[in-house]
Design a protein around this ligand. Structure first.
Ligand SMILES: Nc1ncnc2c1ncn2[C@@H]1O[C@H](COP(=O)(O)OP(=O)(O)O)[C@@H](O)[C@H]1O
Ligand SMILES: [Mg+2]
Length: 263
């Protein structure tokens, strides 16, 4: 592997060490190591089937690794459950959008906040004051995020009636409702028109700054990735074949061969 541009040590938020995930005979993520800095926009690219989504599934504990380590703020997290990962501040969107189609935009975002609700289910069911107060706060927070996504006028509409681009924005709002430190975006521009793609770039950068986020972005739209990311990791057949600044990755022969050649 060439073009290694390591994250600076004291600033690392998330780190994978020799991370591997097998599905039967297939090694979907193969001995992958990288570190993501705080406040970085970190791109993850590579051909279809390269293992990008699997890497997100490992980071968010939807599936366990076959071997290797994942460290978040210095602590090993690869044996934790998904809800714990979310509590630690790792949120994501999905390549295949996962919204509750029959619920309103507002309800979908409020659901994203449930991890913040400290009052017990009993208090909630009985409608006692702590739960009510939290409900109010959840609603206020969700409205704020929907406003930010430009969806303020449509909060009562069912998610299934939203356009693809708007559903992706809604998913980002739901992920942000968790008040994460790190946000994983799995192909957020997929299904968006060129104009929306253009806006998305500025939007993601603004999100990072406004919420002091670290962002890992899987995206096929090369201009968007190259223009937006601080560093880029390239996966091919489960292996990390390059990692570094966009200008360097773009000119890496192995990357051109595996991925950029047909651009
Ligand atoms: N749950 C699973 N069971 C079996 N194979 C899987 C599973 N998830 C992903 N894969 C396989 O792992 C490889 C990587 O998939 P994926 O991570 O979705 O790639 P990418 O997101 O880069 O397109 C593919 O060959 C895919 O078929
Ligand atoms: Mg994928």
């Amino acid at each position: 592997m060439s073009d290694i541009n390591p994250a600076s040590n004291n600033n690392i938020l998330l780190e994978a060490k020799s991370l591997t995930r097998r599905f039967g005979g297939l090694v979907a993520v193969n001995n992958v190591s990288f570190a993501v800095n705080k406040h970085e926009i970190f791109g993850l690219i590579g051909p279809n089937g390269a293992g990008k989504t699997t890497l997100f599934n490992l980071i968010t504990a939807l599936i366990p690794p076959s071997s290797g380590e994942l460290r978040y703020q210095g602590a090993e997290i690869s044996r934790l459950r998904a809800h714990r990962i979310a509590e630690l501040g790792i949120a994501r969107t999905f390549q295949n959008i996962r919204l509750f189609g029959e619920l309103s935009a507002l309800e979908n975002v409020i659901i994203g906040r449930h991890l913040h609700n400290k009052s017990s289910i009993i208090t909630g069911v009985l409608g006692l004051p702590p739960a009510l107060k939290e409900e109010y706060k959840n609603r206020r927070k969700a409205l704020e995020l929907l406003d930010l996504m430009g969806l303020r006028e449509r909060i009562e509409e069912k998610a299934k009636n939203f356009s693809y681009g708007d559903q992706r924005r809604l998913e980002i709002a739901r992920a942000l409702a968790l008040e994460p430190q790190i946000l994983l975006l799995d192909e957020p521009a997929a299904g968006m028109n060129p104009n929306e793609k253009q806006q998305l770039s500025t939007f993601i950068r603004n999100l990072r700054d406004r919420f002091n986020l670290t962002i890992i972005l899987i995206e096929h739209h090369v201009p968007l990735v190259m223009g937006l990311c601080d560093r880029i990791a390239v996966l091919d057949f489960g292996q990390l074949i390059a990692l570094g600044k966009p200008a360097i990755v773009r000119n890496n022969p192995a990357v051109i061969d595996a991925y950029l050649g047909n651009e």
